[in-house]
Design a protein around this ligand. Structure first.
Ligand code: GLC
Length: 454
């Protein structure tokens, strides 16, 4: 009798595990829209936005992430809030402007900071007083999600697990995670980190319960010495999120281990491994992996100048040409591009970002077909100055500069070549092992001229 019962129990528990685990087809289906989109907008916006890179009315820095200003100046949460809160005054309708800009640029999803490291929550939270509900009598998460959905955009929540406000967040447990008191002697009363984790789980539960469908959760972040189960009870947190949001796509930053895509603490330390129990995609920051990350889903997040949160002193803006070519480069390697804007304290978007996004949108209006729904080119870097993407039997050549003889060589046979914008046919000649295509006398698009190759 006994072995039989054992066997039956084993079979039962095996089948329930099998049922709860996601099949490859189910996963592909869940990831479908995200892989197809290729391009999203990131938004960093919180109390730091109003400070705009200044403390006591003096510039803190003209480069780097100024959403860290509290930590950069070493301010405790009270003196920080005293300066920052009065400067954070969202104008009505700000969120509609964000959504319209993302749409215009050709983005299909927007990920915005529901809470950054400073600890200020943009939703109306019942679990604390440091949130938009208590301080502004607004629910900014609701305003933003409604505006995004009105434009048909998918909704992503960035959420910082690091928290410089919560009195029980025990920063002493990690030497690698930043804290405004780091390096200074402060009287530390013992903290009960478990209570902070309860609070973290509670606020996340509010976010995944009260705002309709959440398409992405973008966690930020962990260290090698503090991550996963010990730091955030991460597996439980992810399970609870999935119960409420079965279709959600989550990044890897509740962890900092090689199996979850990290080889170290630096933003460039990416392994290209992603065991699905740790999340859905890998997050290279401020760089594009040389040959992509074959076999895993990945998304490069990047700033337009050098900061995530608004800094009035940062003028190192990338050109829209560089941004367009980054998008092309990323798509050619099978990744997504999450491009950041840092609105000001009133919610308005810096002029340079509006201009850049509009120019990207002009290019996308004509060429989105060569980005959206494409996959990595099997060719890698082509022989001409540019990149290739692929959609089934169709390849797209993105030409950055015209070769002197006006001809590009492709290592695969081509039956028909035409300009993607406007459709003009181009001359094709068979040439071992593929084909040679003659470009127009002047490239019609100086950012990237796209040739559709059948
Ligand atoms: C980082 C930073 C941060 C930014 C993020 C975006 O880890 O701490 O300020 O939000 O990366 O990738």
């Amino acid at each position: 009798m006994k072995p039989l019962i054992l066997l039956a129990t084993a079979a039962l528990s095996f089948s329930s595990i099998a049922r709860s685990a996601e099949s490859a087809e189910e996963r592909d289906k869940r990831m479908g829209w995200w892989r197809e989109a290729r391009f999203g907008m990131f938004v960093h916006w919180g109390l730091y936005s109003g400070l705009a890179g200044s403390w006591n009315d003096r510039m803190v820095s003209d480069k780097g992430g100024l959403e860290w200003i509290q930590s950069l100046v070493g301010a405790d949460t009270y003196s920080y809030a005293a300066q920052a809160v009065p400067r954070f005054q969202p104008q009505p309708g700000f969120a509609t402007a964000w959504a319209k800009l993302a749409k215009k640029a050709g983005c299909q999803y927007v990920v915005f900071t529901t809470k950054h490291h400073e600890g200020f929550a943009l939703h109306d939270s019942k679990l604390g007083q440091y949130d938009a509900g208590d301080l502004l009598n607004r629910d900014l998460v609701r305003e933003i999600t409604e505006a995004l959905r009105a434009e048909g955009l998918k909704v992503g929540f960035y959420h910082s697990v690091i928290d410089w406000h919560h009195p029980q967040y025990d920063f002493t447990k990690s030497k690698q995670l930043p804290y405004p008191a780091n390096g200074r002697k402060v009287a530390v009363t013992p903290r009960d980190h478990g209570r902070y984790i309860d609070f973290l789980h509670g606020q996340v539960d509010e976010l995944v319960s009260n705002y309709g469908k959440v398409d992405v959760i973008w966690w930020d972040y962990s260290s090698q010495d503090f991550q996963g189960e010990a730091a955030w009870r991460a597996p439980e947190l992810m399970r609870k999120v999935r119960e409420k949001q079965p279709g959600v796509i989550m990044n890897n930053r509740l962890f900092r281990i090689p199996e979850a895509g990290f080889s170290g603490m630096g933003t460039h330390n990416v392994t290209g491994r992603m065991d699905s129990q740790y999340g859905d995609f890998v997050t290279p920051e401020q760089h594009i992996p040389e040959t992509g990350l074959p076999g895993v889903d990945w998304e490069t997040c990047m700033t337009m100048n050098t900061t995530w949160g608004y800094n009035q002193h940062d003028h190192k803006w990338k050109s829209s040409r560089e941004i367009i070519r980054n998008l092309v480069d990323i798509a050619s390697k099978g990744g997504n591009y999450l491009l950041n804007i840092g609105p000001k304290g009133d919610g308005s978007i810096p002029e340079e970002s509006v201009k850049c996004m509009s120019e990207v949108g002009r290019w996308m209006d004509a060429n989105a077909e060569s980005i959206r729904g494409t996959s990595a080119s099997p060719i890698g870097k082509p022989s001409f100055d540019g990149r290739l993407t692929r959609k089934g039997a169709v390849h797209y050549a993105h030409v950055f500069s015209r070769p002197a003889d006006g001809v590009i060589s492709l290592p695969f046979p081509v039956r028909k070549a035409s300009l993607l914008a406007g459709g003009a046919a181009l001359e094709v000649k068979a040439a071992e092992p593929g084909a040679r295509v003659t470009l127009p006398a002047g490239l019609p698009d100086a950012d990237a001229t796209v040739i559709r190759l059948e």
